[in-house]
Design a protein around this ligand. Structure first.
Ligand SMILES: Cc1cc2nc3c(=O)[nH]c(=O)nc-3n(C[C@H](O)[C@H](O)[C@H](O)COP(=O)(O)OP(=O)(O)OC[C@H]3O[C@@H](n4cnc5c(N)ncnc54)[C@H](O)[C@@H]3O)c2cc1C
Length: 249
């Protein structure tokens, strides 16, 4: 069972996409003492670094919880597969790396339904701040997350876009720019040919600070009262029979 000594102001459970960003943000003032617990291992695998490894990670249960759903009555009783990252970087370490900001109208719709601060105008500065994208007007530069165009584009992708244009869709060279509608090529969170996960983009910066502790193989199984100790967690190994195990099929 992994142990760690020390007092912490914050304990983050889950070193996934949100957890890595949160750790970086909490460390920003240089004062907060942060412990990050991740059930999975460190992201040392070639399959994670190499964008083409994505297909392999989809079924790799060292880095992927590999959840199964319940039998679906409307699907003739079929059970659906739900991959989710179990590794530092979380699902951003196993995902398809497609970078899609989303539809401005959706954000405005959520704001109008009461999600204050989630309008497109509210979130746009954060999108611009987070990304590092070269040669793209109206986009962010110098942020933590690298957003790039594909280096190699198969001819069928160009043919698909050409067919969409012929069918009346606008050519859109940047669907993350002023408008999303149209046909164009995907953009990816890749830096210098390697996957840029939340761990590589955010945690690598935060980990240079001495007041961050990162514990992998540490699956939180519950919280304790302050009198009994701040939080409790078990190693993934010890928890294999417990609630942190991949559900047996
Ligand atoms: C196969 C796949 C492909 C995808 N493709 C894309 C894509 O191309 N583009 C895109 O934008 N999005 C994509 N997504 C979605 C995107 O990756 C996720 O929405 C996002 O990463 C979720 O972030 P999160 O922080 O909510 O969770 P996660 O990143 O999944 O992080 C949760 C973390 O918490 C850890 N954890 C869970 N329970 C415990 C516990 N008890 N104790 C300690 N640690 C725990 C997990 O191991 C995991 O590391 C994809 C997702 C998957 C699975």
């Amino acid at each position: 069972m992994p142990t760690v000594d020390g007092d912490f102001d914050y304990i983050i459970v889950g070193g996934g996409t949100a957890g890595c960003v949160l750790a970086d943000r909490l460390m920003a003032d240089g004062k907060a003492r942060v412990l990050l617990l991740e059930a999975g291992p460190r992201a040392n695998s070639l399959w994670i670094a190499m964008p083409a490894g994505m297909g392999r990670l989809f079924v790799n249960h060292r880095y992927n919880w590999g959840f199964m759903g319940q039998p679906e009555p409307t699907l003739g009783g079929r059970e659906l597969y739900f991959p989710q990252g179990k590794v530092l970087g979380g699902s951003s370490a196993i995902n398809g790396m497609a970078f899609v900001r989303g539809q401005p109208e959706d954000y405005d719709g959520w704001r109008d339904q009461g999600a204050k601060g989630w309008g497109w105008g509210d979130v746009l500065p954060y999108f611009n701040e987070l990304e590092d994208r070269a040669r793209a007007p109206g986009r962010g530069h110098g942020g933590r997350l690298s957003v790039t165009d594909p280096r190699y584009v198969h001819g069928s992708a160009h043919a698909f876009c050409a067919a969409a244009h012929a069918a009346g869709a606008d050519a859109n060279p940047d669907y993350n720019g002023a408008k999303q509608e149209g046909a164009g090529l995907l953009q990816f969170t890749i830096r210098n040919g390697r996957r840029d996960s939340a761990a590589s983009a955010y945690l690598s910066h935060a980990r240079k600070r001495p007041n961050l502790r990162v514990l992998t193989g540490a699956c939180a199984t519950g919280s304790c009262s302050k009198a009994a100790g701040p939080w409790a967690w078990r190693s993934s190994k010890a928890a294999r029979q417990g609630s942190c195990a991949r559900p047996a099929r």
